[in-house]
Structures are given as C-alpha cells and as structure tokens.
Write a protein that binds this ligand. Structure first.
Ligand code: SF4
Length: 324
C-alpha cells in the first residue's frame, strides 16, 4: 500500500536534540521506527524562550491566586508569561502546517500532556499533585481539539500506539484527497476505509457516507469541509472491542460459503481469544486478509482495516501502561 507521510510535531528532546535541562536527549525506539515514514517537525519551547541547555530545572507551582505558574525550581524566577506568549504564537504557526498529530515529552512542566507534578512553591519541597499539564501542552490541546496528541510514554503502549498511527496515517491520506480536489478520490477514500470507519464509529460512518453520496450535488470545496469535520469526530472515538468484533463478523460473512467447518471453528476460537484480550485484533484481521487473497475478494483487499499504517511500524512491544 502507498502511504502519504503524516506531519507530526514532536518535542525536540525526543530523538531530535540535546535540549533537556541536563543537556540530554530522550531515546525512544517507537519514534526512531517512525522516522522513515513520517515528517517530524520539532521545537523545544524552553530553549525557544531563551533558556540554555544545560539549565536549572523548572517546575509548575500554584500561587496564592490559584494560578499555575512556570518557575525555576530553585530560584523561583517566573517564566510563565514568556512561555504563554511563545505557546500561543507557536500554535498559530503550527495551525498553518497541515499537522496530523503531536508527540510531546511526558510529564514535562512545559510539554507534558498529563501527570505533570505541581508544587506549592519553589525550593526543596515535595509536589502536591501530579495531575497538571505543561503550559505549552495546554495551549496545543486547546488549539487542536481534533488532532491526536500523545506522549512518548503512552505510545509505548501497543493499543495507544496503534490508535495514534491509524489516526495520523488516515489523516495524511485524507489531506492528499482534499488537496487533489477530485470527487472520485473521496469516493474511493470512503470505500477503502469502510470497515476501519465502522470499527471506529457507525454514526459518523453513516454521516460520511451520505456526504459522499452527495444527493444535493454540492461542490467539492463545500462538501469536503463537512466531510473533514465528521472524519475528525469519527477518529476522536476510541476503538472498542465490541465494534471490532462486529466488523470482523461482517468481513467473515464474505467467506462464509467458502470456508470449511474446521476453518470456521478455528476462526471462532481466535475470536474467543480476542474477546478474552489474549490476542490483538490484528491476529484476526491477518487471517481475514489471507482469505481475501485466497478467494480473490478484491474489494476487501483494498480495505485499510487490514493495513491502516505501514506494516513495518507494527511491533508487539507493549509497556502495558496507559489507556486509550
Ligand atoms: S520537554 Fe519540551 S521544553 Fe523540555 S526539553 Fe523537551 S522539548 Fe524542550
């Protein structure tokens, strides 16, 4: 399959520069593996506001007015306003860049999307919670409500990574369709993604289907905006086991007359293992794809559910931490 490259913003310290407070860079096998397949755009917000590397660590504190402030951990010098104004202007700049997703540095007081430590004050003291967001991350989450935003820790979880990659590669493909401006490409996009979309959200699949049917004969330019909105809603949905089983049974229906009783029994046994969360959904879709090849079911062979992103990015490594 041909996959357009997604555009992903990444915190610079994740494999793209030694810019952390201690002069280090974070290694991530998941990010390294993505490099040949995606366009990474990166920046270090702390260095962008003039902080050096190495530097004194910074932290989030909550002041007496209940406001979160970004300060130097030891001296208490406040850099909140600099970071807020950088974040707002960077978010504006990124909004012009056709991004498909973000990978930010976990737990950072600047880039962390969750579980960031909050302190009462600077100096030697214990944190009072670990439920905050970094200042830059907060701005990005508000500005891009429909883009997948993850951190390098979360994408070490198999299901989260699979969902993130499916999202960004689907969005990249859609951008290509949108740019080409041809209705026939949109019809093909909808058709190829039918079962993938069904696994995500049946309601949005129907809305997308009626937009593509285009009974009102709307122009591509007007229609594509609505399509993009509903596609974003669809991809915001978290895939669930029940919906995956529904899709798998739909696809199995294509072969029901050709399969032997033993083949069907074997497959239903696999389905049982999937229901018990002993195997991933790809164990089932691999068998279905094999049958699509064997029975020359060309319509199914084009379905993205069999390969929503480049197969080289599939690894079974799983930290077991985090939930979608
Ligand atoms: S977490 Fe963000 S601000 Fe901190 S070093 Fe990494 S890129 Fe820079």
């Amino acid at each position: 399959m041909n996959f357009p490259r997604p555009n992903i913003f990444i915190s610079k310290c994740l494999e793209h520069g030694h810019c952390r407070y201690d002069g280090s860079q974070i290694t991530s096998p998941e990010i390294t593996r993505m490099m040949p397949y995606v366009n990474f755009v990166f920046a270090c917000p702390e260095m962008a506001i003039g902080l050096p590397s190495p530097r004194q660590a910074i932290r989030l504190i909550i002041n007496d007015n209940n406001e979160e402030r970004l300060v130097y951990s030891m001296t208490g010098e406040d850099v909140t306003e600099d970071m807020l104004s950088y974040s707002i202007s960077k978010a504006e700049e990124l909004a012009e860049m056709d991004l498909d997703g973000f990978i930010l540095k976990s737990r950072s007081p600047t880039c962390g999307i969750k579980e960031v430590k909050l302190y009462k004050t600077h100096g030697k003291t214990q944190s009072i919670s670990n439920k905050s967001r970094g200042l830059f991350a907060e701005t990005i989450i508000e500005k891009f409500p429909f883009l997948p935003i993850e951190d390098e820790g979360r994408i070490s979880n198999f299901n989260i990574r699979e969902n993130f990659l499916t999202n960004v590669f689907t969005k990249a493909k859609f951008r290509e369709v949108k740019k080409n401006g041809a209705m026939k490409d949109l019809v093909r996009f909808q058709s190829d993604n039918k079962y993938l979309f069904m696994a995500y959200n049946q309601t949005q699949l129907k809305s997308l289907g009626s937009l593509v049917a285009n009974h009102e004969k709307r122009r591509f330019g007007a229609l594509i905006k609505d399509y993009e909105y509903h596609l974003s809603l669809l991809l915001k949905t978290v895939p669930q086991q029940k919906r995956n089983v529904n899709v798998i049974m739909h696809i199995l229906g294509y072969f029901s007359k050709q399969l032997t009783a033993k083949e069907k029994a074997y497959f239903l046994d696999l389905l049982e293992q999937y229901n018990k969360q002993q195997i991933p959904v790809s164990a089932l879709t691999s068998v279905l794809k094999l049958w699509a090849v064997r029975f020359e079911t060309d319509y199914l062979l084009d379905q993205t559910i069999f390969e929503p992103y480049p197969v080289s990015l599939i690894t079974v490594s799983d930290s077991g931490k985090g939930r979608i």
